[in-house]
Design a protein around this ligand. Sequence first.
Ligand code: MLC
Ligand code: AMP
Length: 493
Amino acid sequence: MKLIDKARKNPDRIALISEKKKYTYQQLLQLSENVALRLLKEKSDLRESRIAFLTEPGINYTATQWGIWRAGGVAVPLCVLHPLPSLEYVIENSEASLLIVDDINYSKLSELAAKKKWTIFRSDEMLRETETKALPKIDESRRAMILYTSGTTSQPKGVVTTHGNINFQIETLVKAWQWQKEDHIVNVLPLHHVHGIINVMSSALWVGACCEFMPKFDAGKLWALFSEGNVNLFMAVPTIYFKLIAFWDKSTTEKQQKLSESLQHFRLMVSGSAALPVPVLEKWKEISGHTLLERYGMTEIGMAISNPYDKERRAGHIGQPLPDVQIRLYNENGLVKEEGESGEIQIKGPNVFKEYWKKPKATTEAFTKDGWFKSGDIALLNNGYYKILGRDSVDIIKSGGYKISALEIEDVLRKHPAVNDCAVVGIVSEEWGEVVSVCLVLRENESAETSEISNWLKGQLAAYKVPRQYIFRKELPRNVLGKVTKNKLKEWF
Ligand code: MLC
Ligand code: AMP
């Protein structure tokens, strides 16, 4: 495994800082070997068994992920923000043979695990030393990870990537953004999505750099960490830059100056996972002196398009294809040949995922006949830079950088006893990208408070999927065929 081979070259460098404790590459190698050996027991290879794990971002997360890989398993990271039904769905859908859970999250899962007869281990125990033996050799073509992503179906799909996909996804970013051993990045992102896993944590570990964890984003705490002067690299979703700006705006003039000074030595600051509003880019430049590098990616492909590291970073644009990633635009007239004409972004390259887990039909439908992955994002080329115009589906919402399916929320809402019908849309917001918003049609003689509905939903969906805006109507807007017209509904908000 390339990540392991590379780590062996930097035994004494600091790999991770977790809860202010430093771990060298040697320690990370040892701890992940312990996990691998405990997973294997008498077996010689896990042979792509899925191992689901629920741990806060930190040493236990990374040692567990590497341990699963080193034992030949497929890593299925669970989301620490998900309520029980969402966790249950991922564990069952991935057919995980075993669960590894840290102390903070153990009580959340243990009862259900006992009921379902799932094998569950405490992650601290998995990290403990045990009898040693040879670990299997892992070929690049083997499955490595399943990440769940929302789409145009009600239930999230498992995106399977191989070791080869992951290696390529990391390597292309290392090249494009000139990652160096001396880099020190802070990760504030959740570790069940590519942004945190690939762009931040794995890229740092690939080059012998340091990844410091801040498990829960907090603007004040993050500014304080920047002020300590060690971090020189930062990557986040636009909402996080918006919140850092809001904190700066509220500070005294003297403090503002200090905060701005703390960013002067940064090498690079990147934004992605959602469109970066131009006013946010401009305000951040004023505060920090840095032009944010905006890039474009997706769970299925890692990163694909990026503004250049050392040439013009153009506001409102996502840049050019990353090294060895092929991009084309395609529309109803065929291949787009002219600048200025819009089409769907389609992608080919070793970065592109292997399959949707146990969904051969969905996998086939996600590709063109000649093997290009269909992103669903509409873009055009403008003076050599790609620019995103929108998506081909109103049912996909991006809020705080999370991809959310309107259909999933609607399906859950229709189970509420007072709800007769509903339609969910994303309403544009500079802070969140889009805000999840719902129009509810209640059953006759029923009433419901938005707070009650929202609390009820929080028991079944992650909080970031719960609508923030509600309107109540007697009917949903529909076209002559009876289909809900979501663009009309957006006007109602
Ligand atoms: C939270 N709140 C929201 C909200 N999420 N309001 C509207 N819309 C949302 N989406 C509200 C809460 O109810 C709460 O309100 C307040 O905001 C603070 O909540 P929180 O949970 O503490 O939020 P916070 O931690 O500040 O979350 C913001 C965030 C988070 C930006 C840190 O959303 C986040 O981590 N996003 C990153 C997601 C990510 O990694 N995506 C990458 C996917 S991969 P109140 O009233 O209760 O105070 C991908 C590919 C690629 O996309 O290209 O990278
Ligand atoms: P996800 O499936 O969570 O990985 O989200 C991927 C989606 O995020 C893409 O299909 C895009 O719609 C969106 N996205 C990622 N980066 C950008 C960006 N820089 N600008 C606009 N949209 C983006």
